[in-house]
Design a protein around this ligand. Structure first.
Ligand code: GDP
Ligand code: PGA
Ligand code: MN
Ligand code: MN
Length: 607
């Protein structure tokens, strides 16, 4: 087929006159050879048409209209359930610019390899063109993108996760810059072939060309691999943009905490995937008089405002949250958000009356259809929902969205929290002495691996600022960027930095701290530290809360457990040293001297 004969490519048929965009669409269509090209408009009509198609294809199940209005459950291929970090590439021109933490291939070579894979890769399928915007369209410099995909599931999910629709094309005009984001499932159909419910390819590439601000993804239909506005654009490409332009693109939630005196504090927090961001973002405080609102659960873009404070915006439009563990007591605000409907679930279990279920959700069932579409009973081997099963739901449905969540100005951040999943060593909450010490804390975050990406669940790895899988450039340059931003700022206006760990366990393996809503007690201590109204104890690793300084009123918890959760055990910390040493030697020559100095100082304090 020549491009002229692909329906949807006829001159004048596209809803834009953006020449570069038109040329790119035609070029990709010629390469991938779809049956037709369709411009996505994000309309309700499109939602109905595509969900009907996916129902017919067996990709999704329609859920009960009363319990889960306008909502669907998709089952992925069992081999396409998480981000594939081993197949994620940063193809900068120079290898050193991708740094030691990323997979790198020469961009020319990668483009050749992938061009071959893309040749005819959309045969028998529809090629969708999705103009989208990360962050409010009304921003001074709106961050635009266009995703080309052959997956209807991606079109539906992008409508939830990003701002789409005719207003985006209007903003693009005839010549505005946009990020080109190309996605193909890599599963062409020959005439007469029958399709599978979740097409994908065993060969996968999630590739970024940071200098060209381009994304090429192939072979996976899953979340972070395929919804290219999220991790690929808003973290990997955006972090490279932010480095060039003097801002930060971070793997952080944004939370607004309101004190009994009605004073609002904005807090950003970076934890690795499946380590508690969405739950903290939607926290329901348990301490009287304190309230929380949310602005985002996964990504924050931060830049200094004219007043010298650091302002954060959430580029996303929806939540892509971990389902297991979510319930009416751990995260009632997520449950309320889902109750409104309009949700695309992936890899959860479905009940006989077409509701959803996952491990940790209230209620028990004698029979379910599990995440692989098979009959499941409590006697079955393995969980009913995949551990990384997700809900994809519009943010606007969350009952505690802060009114300013859509404000292009963003919100001024008072505290930055780093954290991870650590059974031992790391106290419940530690305050950094100053910005550089805070950057050191962020640079050395260690966390047990989770089901959110392939790899050994439970193994500890260093995950700087929870950005290890999302850095679009060299990690040493990234840490230097953090240091320099701090130096360029008025120190008194910088956010205070804290290190938290909700996951410390006692000798009997129990969590020492109840977590979830009770984390508001830790947030209160953080706010009081900002106000200078509460004490803490100086330790070799920073200023740690004491059980007396934490508001534990009405908390049904053993005080010894709290003391153990807060303990700084010098022997445990000494055991950290070789592993930090190893991590820093992996970072290599680009490790900032400021960070090396902090490490030396820590070693001396522990000696
Ligand atoms: P995210 O992927 O970083 O957004 O993490 P989530 O908020 O989705 O949480 C991931 C998993 O950690 C879920 O199973 C949660 O139930 C669990 N989790 C979240 N917060 C806490 C907490 O404070 N304590 C404990 N023990 N588990 C938590
Ligand atoms: P998470 O986001 O941080 O909520 O797990 C998805 C991901 O990081 O893959
Ligand atoms: Mn994430
Ligand atoms: Mn999350």
């Amino acid at each position: 087929m020549t491009s002229a004969t692909i329906p949807g490519l006829e001159p004048g048929s596209a809803p834009t006159r953006h020449q570069e965009l038109l040329e790119w669409v035609a070029e990709v269509a010629r390469l991938t050879q779809p049956d037709q090209v369709v411009w996505s408009d994000g309309s309700d009509e499109e939602w109905t048409r595509l969900t009907d198609e996916l129902l017919a294809a067996g990709t999704i199940t329609k859920l009960d209209e009363e319990k889960q209005p306008n909502s669907f459950a998709a089952n992925s291929d069992p081999a396409d359930v998480a981000r594939v970090e081993s197949r994620t590439f940063i193809c900068s021109k120079r290898e050193i610019d991708a740094g030691p933490t990323n997979n790198w291939v020469d961009p020319t070579e990668m483009r050749a390899t992938m061009t071959e894979l893309y040749t005819g890769s959309m045969r028998g399928r529809t090629m969708y063109v999705i103009p989208f915007c990360m962050g409010p369209l009304g921003a001074d410099d709106p961050k635009l993108g266009v995703e080309i995909t052959d997956s209807a599931y991606v079109v539906l999910s992008m409508r939830i996760m990003t701002r789409v629709g005719p207003a985006v094309l209007e903003t693009l005009g005839t010549d505005k810059f946009f990020v080109k984001a190309l996605h193909s499932l890599g599963a062409p159909l020959q005439p007469g072939d029958t399709d599978v419910p979740w097409p994908c390819n065993t060969e996968k590439y999630i590739t970024h060309f940071p200098e060209d601000r381009e994304i090429w993804s192939y072979g996976s239909g899953y979340g972070g691999n395929a919804l290219l506005g999220k991790k690929c654009y808003s973290l990997r490409i955006a972090s490279a943009m932010a480095h060039d332009e003097g801002w930060l693109a971070e793997h952080m939630l944004i939370l607004k905490l309101i004190s009994p005196e009605e004073k609002a504090y904005y807090i950003a927090a970076a934890f690795p995937s499946a380590c508690g961001k969405t739950n903290l973002a939607m926290i329901q405080p348990t301490i009287p008089g304190w309230r929380a609102e949310t602005l985002g659960d996964d990504i924050a873009w931060m830049r200094f405002g004219d007043d010298g404070r650091l302002y954060a915006v959430n580029p996303e439009f929806g939540f892509f949250g971990v389902a297991p563990g979510t319930n009416w007591s751990s995260n009632p605000n997520a449950m309320e958000t889902l109750k409104q409907g309009n949700t695309m679930y992936t890899n959860v279990a479905v009940t006989d009356d077409k509701d959803v279920w996952w491990e940790g959700l209230e209620g028990s069932h004698d029979h379910l259809i599990d995440w692989q579409g098979k009959d499941w009973t409590p006697e079955s081997d393995g969980p009913a929902a995949h551990p990384n099963s997700r809900y994809c739901v519009p943010m606007s449905q969350c009952p505690i969205m802060a009114p300013e969540w859509d404000d292009p100005q963003g919100v001024p951040i008072s505290a930055i929290l780093f954290g991870g999943r650590r059974k031992t060593t790391v106290p419940l909450v530690t305050e950094a002495r100053d910005w550089q010490h805070g950057v050191f804390m962020g640079a050395t975050v260690g966390s047990e691996q989770t089901a959110a990406a392939e790899g050994t669940v439970g193994a500890i790895r260093r995950d700087p600022m929870a950005m290890l899988p999302f850095l679009g450039y060299n990690v040493g340059d990234y840490l230097q960027h953090w240091i320099e931003l701090g130096k360029s700022a008025d120190e008194s206006k910088l956010p205070k930095v804290f290190y938290v760990n909700w996951f410390r366990r006692g000798a009997d393996k129990r969590f020492l701290w109840p977590g979830f809503g009770e984390n508001s007690r830790v947030l209160k201590w953080i706010v009081e530290r900002i106000e200078g109204t509460v004490g803490g104890v100086e330790t070799p690793v920073g200023i740690v809360a004491t059980p007396e300084a934490l508001d534990l009123d009405g908390l049904d918890v053993n005080l010894d457990d709290v003391a153990e959760a807060l303990a700084v055990n010098v022997d445990e910390w000494r055991e950290e040293i070789p592993s930090i040493e190893e991590w820093f030697s992996f970072v290599g020559d680009k490790l900032p001297t400021g960070i090396a100095d902090e490490f030396e100082a820590l070693k001396q304090r522990l000696a």
